[in-house]
Design a protein around this ligand. Structure first.
Ligand code: 4AD
Length: 464
């Protein structure tokens, strides 16, 4: 086969060499006997020039090149040249291609929007408006309707590399901590996180649902002596809430582990995990973070291990301008964000753990505190004052579990096999569930979870 060069590898080191690249037509400009194309491969761009000299390049070829529609995929053969001035706007600005051959491989139909418009930053638009110019932008619904085009922007390319990185860092850190990866069923008999937000379906004539989490099964893996497990898999929630942070399907990064004395053993793992994720992104993925920030400006979040009890959090809120906060209620979005701001100011970290939540606001499987069952051995973890994790030590006694399920209105018959798995001896254990899309959204302060889901599912969207 022929030798292909990546656009991102084109540099003055290749001057006068003949190369072959495959990319998309990013922009085209024809002028008399010449054509100026920008060829894009993923996020790398290079200028390609055709000049009709009637030897290698004919007038017909120049015309053919200028008529290939934007976003079409082309094979370009050319000689690497160093231009007199850098080509501003191209990533490979120190070189250009003197085209000797071009062929359309796959032509693009009319575009629903221009990619350059979709890649424009708000700041650029604002600055233009101040000069009296109108720069087009692309609204979120139009983007999501044409996601396969929208995903080609540099910021989106970077966002999904970051998403992949978070998954890899989650896996590698836990593997190093002695965890094993498991895969649990997504077709299950009953709700795992409470009955309301569950997708129901027919399973060969039996009512069933899509798993709202691997909760019950990761615990059963602990009962099966797996000791420390994690799973990366889809989680389904029939959320009616149309918000910036809820999806109907998201990627759950779950972990579960046997503990010896205290649920703090789980918190130790969570802190190690997020220290690795924060450091891994900031060092190895600095380029991707910078690309995202070009379109959506943000500051890299700070990580410090910090644990506050729920009552301590309530006290901070009460002193900080929310005197009426319910000490035994759950925190709403506004209160969580307010607490996040106060924590940032006082302790200088965008990451913190809040633990010892009131039992009444936690799921049935949560272990009550031994010194005061009003509270529980549970925790939430926050980045920039928004929840990314919830977790707890679990009840590992079958009788107490049955009692708690009944008290919480969970139909015991649908989870009988789960309850039974604790009857043959179960170690004390705890774990956590992380929302992948939320981690990336909050790390990059993107403000909307649809930006970090490749093909988001929300109450109003099932396609593409
Ligand atoms: O808080 P949740 O529902 O907790 C559980 O699923 C437990 N089984 C976890 C455990 O191990 N005890 O979900 C866990 C995380 C949340 O902190 C949030 O990051 C994310 O999953 N999450 C969602 N992300 C997107 N859309 C939704 N609708 C989400 N619901 C929860």
């Amino acid at each position: 086969g022929r030798k292909w060069t990546h656009v991102e590898d084109l540099s003055p080191a290749l001057v006068d060499q003949k190369v072959l690249v495959r990319g998309r037509i990013h922009t085209t400009r024809g002028k008399g006997k010449s054509a100026f194309l920008v060829i894009r491969q993923r996020t790398a761009t290079v200028q390609a020039i055709l000049f009709a000299d009637d030897t290698t390049v004919s007038k017909g070829m120049v015309k053919y090149a200028t008529q290939i529609s934007k976003e079409s995929i082309v094979d370009v053969e050319g000689v690497v040249k160093v231009p007199a001035n850098p080509i501003e706007g191209c990533s490979q600005k120190d070189v250009e291609l003197q085209v000797t051959g071009i062929r359309a491989v796959s032509r693009a139909a009319a575009l629903p929007f221009e990619l350059v418009d979709a890649a424009r930053s708000e700041e650029e638009v604002k600055a233009a408006a101040e000069r009296g110019e109108i720069m087009p932008t692309v609204g979120q619904d139009l983007r999501l309707d044409n996601r396969f085009l929208d995903l080609r922007t540099p910021a989106n390319q970077a966002i999904f590399k970051l998403q992949s990185a978070v998954c890899q860092l989650f896996k590698s850190t836990l593997l190093a901590e002695g965890f094993q990866e498991i895969h649990t069923p997504k077709l299950i008999a009953g709700a795992s996180e409470g009955g309301a937000a569950v997708f129901r379906l027919d399973y060969m004539g039996t009512p069933a649902c899509l798993a709202q989490s691997p909760q019950l099964y990761k615990q059963m893996a602990i009962c099966a002596d797996c000791d420390r497990v994690f799973e990366v898999g889809p989680v389904f929630r029939a959320e009616q809430s149309y918000t910036h942070r809820h999806l109907c399907e998201f990627m759950g990064l779950d972990l579960e582990m046997a503990i010896h004395e205290h649920y703090f053993e789980v918190l130790d793992v969570i802190e190690k995990l997020f220290e690795a994720i924060f450091n891994g992104l900031a060092t190895t993925y600095a380029k991707e973070l910078a690309v995202v920030a070009t379109q959506y400006p943000f500051d890299i979040p700070t990580f410090k291990p910090l644990r506050l009890t729920f009552p301590e959090g309530i006290a901070m809120l009460r002193e900080g301008g929310y005197p009426d906060v319910d000490p035994l209620g759950d925190l709403n979005t506004e209160l969580e964000r307010a607490l996040g701001r106060m924590v940032k100011e006082k302790y200088g970290t965008d990451f913190f753990i809040l633990h010892r939540y009131p039992s009444a606001v936690r799921p049935f499987y949560t272990m009550p505190c031994s010194d005061d069952p009003t509270y529980s051995n549970s925790y939430d973890v926050f980045i920039r004052g928004e929840e990314i994790i919830s977790g707890a030590q679990r009840v590992h006694d079958a009788d107490l579990l049955t009692e708690r399920a009944k008290a919480c209105g969970v139909p015991v018959e649908t989870i009988q096999s789960y309850i039974d798995s604790f009857k043959l001896g179960a170690p004390p254990h705890g774990g956590a569930g992380v929302g992948l899309e939320r981690v990336v959204m909050l790390y990059c302060a993107l403000g909307n979870i649809r930006k970090t889901s490749m093909f988001p599912r929300d109450p109003k969207r099932l396609t593409p």
